[in-house]
Design a protein around this ligand. Structure first.
Ligand code: G3I
Length: 362
């Protein structure tokens, strides 16, 4: 068992003499990516401009992770706020920094029926397909050979949708129906044959009617994509854990085994824990978040098809859950502490839980 001092010391501070699972100790205590690697997996972090603007945070991300994903700069709304020539300077600044630091880069996300600029929804339906094609060709062409994998389609499901089944409404689905999914994967395979193509979905980690319904729709979507002879290399399951809703990690692992029968890799693609429902009492909140993390990680890491775990952020300081527009919209006042490093960039019990789970999964 690895020394808990060292597991906890993997933050901005380091402890001399920590036992590390890799041969060299010159680089300091083992990183989360070191622990993931020992179990044959990749640990990644999604983040935004803070990795460039906050040197200490950037150092922490690029030291702890083996993969980086821009959390917004590669989205349609960021690249095409209006129909215009593409300007890649913003995402290039993030992608280039991650590559310079020796990380691999994941592209999030090409086609999503949310967060689209208004002009896309104002297009004549007959023109939407060409815009989808142009976007995928242009963006994947620009990053061919530099971005290893792409969320080709993000969050295709939406319960209560006015479309047949659980197809999420939005400009792509409204104009093309579910064919937008197949068109996107067909176009992506041609745009960069070297990139892994990913279908990324939310909510499946819940064990209530929402999670079970999305799991069922996701399996059907994977089968439909493959039945059309389209390449699908991986499925991303976001893993935004909401402890206020029912969860059954063993049942989730059973779902992962069922999904793995489709011969796809599985990425836990956006992990964090919304800890705002936990009682504050002297450290109990952080301990409960760590326990939720341990249980989830132990379950998913027993599935060999799970090859990647990505946290959505790395420090509470920059969590998306602290976006004021989201907090106001959700009527929330408590600041979330959903990630393995705190506001001071120090490791939390969650970081220990993650490292120990990776170590057990060897
Ligand atoms: O860059 C602009 C800035 O120029 C402007 O001044 C500012 C104020 O309007 O907005 C900035 O853009 C914001 C962007 O994040 C970058 O910070 C957008 O308004 C804001 O909507 C956007 O939020 C992102 C959200 O997805 C919507 O795209 C979050 O950063 C991102 O963490 C979140 O990530 C999603 C995944 O894509 C899908 N799964 C759920 C996950 C969490 O919601």
């Amino acid at each position: 068992m690895l020394d808990r001092r060292c597991l906890l010391a993997g933050g901005a501070a380091t402890l001399v003499g920590c036992a590390v699972p890799r041969a060299a100790t010159a680089a300091g205590p083992a990183t989360l990516h070191d622990f993931a690697n020992r179990s044959g997996r990749v640990f990644g972090v999604a983040a935004g401009d803070a990795v460039l603007k906050d040197a200490a945070f950037g150092d922490l991300v690029f030291r702890q992770a083996g993969l980086f994903a821009p959390d917004y700069a590669l989205k349609f709304a960021a690249l095409q706020p209006r129909l215009a020539p593409y300007d890649f300077r913003w995402p290039d600044s993030l992608v280039d920094r991650a590559l310079q630091q020796g990380l691999v880069v994941h592209g999030h996300t090409l086609i999503w029926n949310d967060d689209l600029p208004a002009w896309v929804g104002q297009l004549a339906p007959a023109k939407v397909g060409a815009v989808l094609d142009r976007h995928i060709e242009t963006v994947m062409g620009h990053y061919a050979g530099r971005i290893e994998s792409w969320d080709v389609v993000n969050e295709p499901a939406w319960l209560g949708s006015d479309h047949p089944g659980t197809l999420r409404p939005g400009a792509w689905a409204d104009a093309l129906g579910k064919d937008y999914i197949y068109r996107a994967f067909r176009r992506a395979a041609a745009a960069d044959p070297s990139a892994k193509l990913v279908l990324n979905e939310a909510w499946t980690e819940r064990s209530d009617f929402v999670g079970l319904a999305v799991r069922k729709s996701l399996l059907a979507r994977v089968d439909n994509i493959q039945d059309k002879g389209l390449r699908l290399d991986a499925v991303g399951l976001q893993g935004h854990l909401l402890p206020q809703f029912p969860s059954d990690d063993a049942g989730f692992a059973d779902f992962l085994h069922t999904l793995a029968e489709r011969k796809v890799e599985i990425y836990i693609s956006e992990f964090d824990v919304d800890d705002r429902s936990f009682p504050e009492a002297d450290g109990l909140r952080d301990r409960l978040a760590a326990e939720r993390t341990r249980s989830f990680f132990d379950a998913v890491l027993q599935v060999p098809a799970v090859t990647r775990v990505v946290t959505w952020g790395l420090s509470d300081r920059y969590s998306w859950m602290r976006d004021p527009s989201i907090m106001v919209a959700d009527g929330l006042t408590r600041l979330a502490r959903p990630l393995p490093y705190d506001d001071m960039l120090e490791a939390k019990p969650m970081r220990v839980a993650m490292a120990e789970a990776f170590a057990r999964a060897v």
